[in-house]
Ligand binder design. Structure first.
Ligand code: SF4
Ligand SMILES: [Zn+2]
Ligand SMILES: [Zn+2]
Length: 313
């Protein structure tokens, strides 16, 4: 296959765009497209400080690299979850993230969950879920809370995550299967700021996972190949596999599914935000907005750690 731009040898074929590109043109095309999406969805401006949540994986490191390349003010935030075990997942992903930032002279903030809560993610999950399920719900709760806290404390207007199209399509698929109106309403490239919470943006939401992997590889970004050990067998991994099978038969189906959803969302198919937005109050423990009548879920989790009597909080 030939590169559409220069006629050289294409290294990537994107059937959904009927587009093949060579290495140099692909490395120019992907950041260019990202810049277009940032503007199209009004994600942020050049005067705004962006905090990029980086995990050491290909998507978040590539996102940080692209924002930096496009001239945005983007700093990184790495959350050390304390998930190690067999593959030393957290230590290795932290090492690669630090190496990435140091090589490019970028500012990286590191938050250690164990130092903040008295427990690592697997320990918090054991304490709160008593082994009933995977740690992902606790992990998600802690990550959201800590990202919001750091953004607020350090004055970042915008929180950017590296979710790609495969991630977004899998979440959308799950929310559609259950018609979770509240989640469907909140899904999209931009979640506007509300008092106490920064705007959240997903600049890579229209790129396939394989496109992000190709970008990271061709750009020479060293990232952690292994997924978190708890991702194995998760519902979202299952949805991704189902969607991949569909994509194999019908190239472009994931992108069409996601874009048609965004159009439907824009045309008001689901509901107006005010109809389902729960009323939020500041948590008396940490000040972040919560729909709970008292402490937010994160502060309740910390209470559990405290009352378990073993943590040095
Ligand atoms: S797979 Fe689950 S435990 Fe692992 S990082 Fe993701 S949310 Fe956290
Ligand atoms: Zn070319
Ligand atoms: Zn709280």
């Amino acid at each position: 296959m030939k590169c559409r731009k220069c006629g050289g040898k294409a290294v990537i074929n994107m059937p959904q765009h009927h587009l093949g590109l060579c290495k140099d043109d692909y490395l120019a095309w992907l950041p260019e497209q990202t810049g277009r999406f940032i503007e199209k969805y009004a994600m942020f401006g050049r005067e705004e400080k962006v905090l990029v949540a980086v995990s050491g994986g290909k998507d978040s490191l590539a996102l940080w690299e692209i924002l930096h390349r496009l001239g945005y003010q983007a700093d990184g935030l790495y959350l050390c979850l304390g998930i190690d075990g067999g593959i030393a997942y957290s230590s290795e992903s932290q090492r690669l993230t630090e190496q990435f930032a140091a090589a490019r002279g970028l500012q990286l903030h590191i938050v250690n969950v164990e130092a903040e809560t008295g427990r690592t993610i697997p320990e918090l999950a054991r304490l709160s879920l008593r082994g009933r399920s995977k740690p992902c719900s606790v992990c998600g709760l802690v990550k959201r809370h800590e990202m919001n806290r750091v953004a607020r404390d350090l004055g970042y207007n915008v929180l950017a995550t590296g979710h790609n199209l495969d991630d977004e399509a899998a979440v959308l698929f799950g929310n559609t299967l259950t018609w979770s109106r509240e989640y469907l309403l909140r899904q999209g490239p931009v979640l506007p700021a509300i008092p106490g919470l920064a705007r959240k943006v997903k600049p890579l939401c229209r790129f396939y996972e394989r496109e992000m992997a190709a970008y990271a590889l061709l750009r020479g970004i060293e990232y952690i190949y292994e997924e978190c050990p708890h991702a194995l067998g998760s519902t979202s991994t299952y949805y991704k596999e189902v969607l991949n099978r569909m994509e194999h038969e019908r190239p472009g189906v994931k992108l069409r599914f996601y874009l048609a959803f965004l159009d439907a969302h824009k045309s008001g198919l689901f509901a107006r935000q005010e109809d389902v937005q729960p009323s939020l109050n500041p948590c008396p423990g940490c000040g972040q907005p919560t729909s709970a009548p008292g402490l937010c879920s994160f502060c309740r989790l910390k209470e559990k750690v405290r009352s378990s009597g073993e943590a040095g909080l």
